[in-house]
Write a protein that binds this ligand. Structure first.
Ligand code: NDP
Length: 497
């Protein structure tokens, strides 16, 4: 249920966030007692001091996670029991959705509407869906002659690490925690330093739901401290990471330098939104174009920043996009009337502003947006036309509210420009011709292609990237379970009866 601005503000005023780590079923400080601040990016106010976990804390959490994994309380529990507990987590998140959504909005600067969609919907749905899978995930029996029975069984990988980004804190936590716990792993979670609060609160709800001590551990800290310690730990069996390609590479190295743990990576993107010449420029298409670039203030790995539009349509498309974008309202993220909240930090705002300046310097034409006078780290949704494929804003991930329009002559030219990137996460294609749609969808080198609508898919469909957007691992769908499972063959020699 949507509340009013005043009601969300009242909830916010009452929240007193906990910044402690959660290790072995108890809240605690970092072993060395150090803390860091987390702030509200829309106001600059300090929200809480947060435990700064380091290698010693990670090690303590891993020992607890290993103890409980080995004693089987969770890893060998009846699958129906794990299901029941994860369904309870889902129910508790729904029950506390308003409080969690306000906490998320305060810590991230995301709009309350987005936070409610995520925490009232996506997050509990993940716990429910993977909870339901706990007693429906089977191995296989391979065909053999009469002298053997060959069982291909699935076992939990062991201890799963997860290092999370700041753009969807609780959604990303659910993406990693729900499938790993459903199959019986214990989890070590590091939220991003900018956005630890909702994930810490989730731990409390998970304990209330009946997740045993040691199965879920939350270690706030910096990448260079807690993140690196997770990557290098010799007793973590698999790690799932979402964030920048640069740090994703480090997790590959950490694995090579330690115990060769499994590494699942979901990283950046530079996704195209392609409007072929037969597409109908109706309100629906324009809404998808605008949301694909500006949802979450463009702080989204699948943001369709590069908008490739067939030359005959480009003038009308540009006019209608400008009109739509000017209607977006920037402002207090807790106001349900706000469409775009704050950038995550001052530094991030500066980086996005540098990209905007580079677009101007390289000759693209800025037709709307370009900054903001609001206090906090706001940037107006910004649209460039006459963007060319070699420009910095067309090649590098901006992670902010910037949309670039690039005209093209033929579908094959659009395909070539769309594919000419080191990334391969997502693409959207608009056309009335099913054959063209299928051709483009098959040819685009990326993990998700969305036709006649911008979508990342849903809980049932795998999400991840080709090229430098990801490793072979996928989040979501039944595919996500593979990140947290081992496959064992049991070959039983039999005697003819
Ligand atoms: P990072 O990749 O730096 O951060 C993601 C996570 O990795 C955070 O938890 C971070 O910790 C951790 N981390 C950082 N450095 C290390 C390290 N040396 N070893 C282990 N873990 C580490 O992303 P940023 O937050 O710096 O954002 C930079 C850019 O990355 C963005 O502008 C965007 O382009 C991209 N990005 C992509 C995301 C996606 O969804 N694919 C999400 C976020 C960012 P901490 O933050 O606590 O220091």
């Amino acid at each position: 249920m949507t509340l009013t601005h005043a009601e969300y503000s009242q909830i916010g005023a009452k929240i007193s966030p906990n910044g402690q780590a959660f290790i072995d079923g108890a809240f605690c400080d970092a072993a060395d007692g150090t803390t860091f601040e987390t702030t509200n990016p829309a106001t600059g106010d300090v929200l809480a001091r947060v435990a700064h976990c380091k290698a010693a804390d990670v090690d303590r959490a891993v020992k607890a996670a290993r103890r409980v994994f080995n004693d089987g309380t969770w890893s060998r529990a009846e699958p129906e029991h794990r299901k029941e507990v994860l369904l309870k987590v889902a129910a508790l998140v729904r029950e506390h959705a308003h409080e969690l959504a306000v906490l998320e909005s305060l810590d991230t600067g995301k709009t309350i509407n987005d936070c409610m969609d995520e925490i009232g919907g996506d997050v509990p749905n993940f716990f429910q869906w993977y909870g339901e899978l706990a007693d429906k995930t089977f191995g296989k029996i391979a065909p053999t002659g009469p002298g053997a029975l060959a069982l291909i069984t699935k076992e939990p990988a062991g201890i799963a690490g997860a290092v999370l980004p700041w753009n969807f804190p609780l959604v990303m936590a659910a993406w990693k925690i729900a499938p790993s716990l459903a199959v019986g792993c214990s989890a070590i979670i590091k939220p991003a330093e900018q956005t630890p609060l909702s994930v810490i609160r989730l731990a409390e709800l998970m304990q209330e739901a009946g997740v045993p001590d040691g199965v879920i551990n939350i270690l706030p800290g910096y990448g260079e401290t807690a993140g690196q310690a997770i990557g290098l730990h010799n007793d973590i069996d698999t790690v799932s990471f979402t964030g920048s390609t640069e740090v994703g590479r480090m997790f590959m190295r950490y694995s090579g330098d330690s115990n060769l743990k499994g590494v699942g990576l979901e990283m950046g993107g530079k996704s195209p939104f392609i409007v072929l010449d037969d597409a109908v420029l109706d309100d629906d298409l324009i809404e998808h174009a605008a949301m694909s670039a500006f949802w979450n203030g463009g702080q989204n790995c699948s943001a369709n920043m590069r908008q490739l539009v067939a030359a005959p349509l480009v003038e009308e498309f540009t006019g209608r996009i400008i009109e739509r974008v000017k209607a977006f309202k920037l402002g207090d993220p807790l106001d349900p009337a706000t469409d775009i909240g704050s950038m995550i930090t001052k530094d991030h705002k500066s980086m996005v502003m540098e990209y905007i300046q580079s677009g101007v310097d390289e000759g693209a034409k800025m037709v709307t947006g370009g900054g903001s006078d609001l206090p906090g780290y706001f940037i107006e949704p910004t649209v460039f036309q006459n963007v060319t494929p070699s420009m910095k804003i067309a090649r590098e991930e901006i992670f902010g509210p910037v949309l670039g329009i690039m005209p093209f002559e033929t579908a094959e030219q659009a395909l070539a420009v769309a594919s000419d990137t080191e990334y391969g996460l997502h693409a959207s294609v608009f056309t009335q011709d099913i054959d063209k749609a299928i051709h483009m969808a098959r040819a685009l080198p990326c993990g998700t292609v969305s036709v006649n609508g911008f979508s990342e898919g849903d809980i049932k469909t795998p999400f991840g990237g080709y090229k430098q957007s990801g490793s072979l691992a996928r989040d979501n769908g039944t595919e996500a379970l593979e990140q947290y499972l081992q496959t064992k063959t049991i070959w039983i020699q039999t005697k003819p009866g």
